[in-house]
Design a protein around this ligand. Sequence first.
Ligand SMILES: [Mn+2]
Length: 427
Amino acid sequence: MKLSKQQIAYLNEKQLKSHQSRWNILKDQLEEKDVDVNGMLKQVRAFQIAIPSWALGTGGTRFGRFPAGGAPRDLEEKMYDIGLLHALNRSSGAISLHIPWDIPENAGHIKTLAKELGLRFDAVNSNTFQDQPDQKYSYRYGSLCHTNKAVRDQAIAHNLAVVKYGVELGTNVLSVWLSDGAIFPGQHNIRKALQRTMDSLQEIYKGMPDNFEMLVEYKPFEPAFYATVIPDWGTSFLLVNKLGERAKTLVDLGHHLPNTNIEQIVSTLLAERKLGGFHFNDSKYADDDLTTGSIKPYQLFLIFHELVEGLKSQNHPMQYLSWMIDASHNIKDPLEDLLQSVEAIKLAFAQALLVDENKLMESQEQNDPVSAQEILQDAFRTDLRPLIAEARLQEGGALDPIGVYRTLNVRKELIRQRGDKTVATGL
Ligand SMILES: [Mn+2]
């Protein structure tokens, strides 16, 4: 299923008047504060967040699944779904593949389809946290950290095969997340497991083309409940520093223990030029994989504030990093959930752009935390939704993406085309 620009423009018409009046009020308000409104619009319009190929079906927990129906049955259908999102919000113009869930059998054909839908390929993700039916050795006791060299070699070869798919698709980023670790104390030698992981990553790094980057993701627990081999940003930082310039740390918002100051991690990694990418989601307790911005929007804003300020200080554009949503959709329609996530991310980004950095710096120099808080919260509490809508409108997207999605009965149409019992590969 595809949505045409005409369909979207037609549905926008009904809302144009009310949008214009809201947008004019906001624009005046921003201009009064000497905000570079066009500059902000330009940045928001350009911002793209990759959608992972595994997020388009209804996920679940280990207790059960409640499919919404119409789930994409193969990679092409997943790309069409991302095409729908991109047509509506104009900010989902990238896809991140997970191998082997979504192997691009015919790279030429897949690339043509991506072009037709206005998508590019972002990081490719390897998977050594599950056994595949045709694989020789099991990852039951780990992959890159395994005690048996043959298992490690198999996992290394898998990562290099993923890199090869990436090359064919025109991307240059490999994302590695390991579930390796011990579930029980004493299960493995902590020092040796880390060393073996380091050695395996080095083999992969050496096997990548010269323009390829490796992102190393961390996670404190689950599925290893006692000692994950790469539990935190410090361990990832240690590994990527040893690996080399093209290895960087990937921050997944859900991969932190409660109350961790993620904005501080982001800022430190960025200062060391070792922040490579981002996985967005939200959480209340652990790696809940909830809709971005649904629980802690202020934290998301504070993170974006560090990102915007940090990248600007290094003269890097926002797309210097790999941005991706990494969430699971248990009870919501996955496409609606993704639209909400992208909206929340763009709002936090725009709010961060609104922070008066010069004034904030002055407050910091003068040790005036009251004024600093006022500046941050003034930006956070400014309702920038009309600006996000205007950016979408200027790009040919929908003023109200979820509204259009519902008016056009997209899910119903997908169920009609694909059936209500389909299951997408992935989480
Ligand atoms: Mn992740």
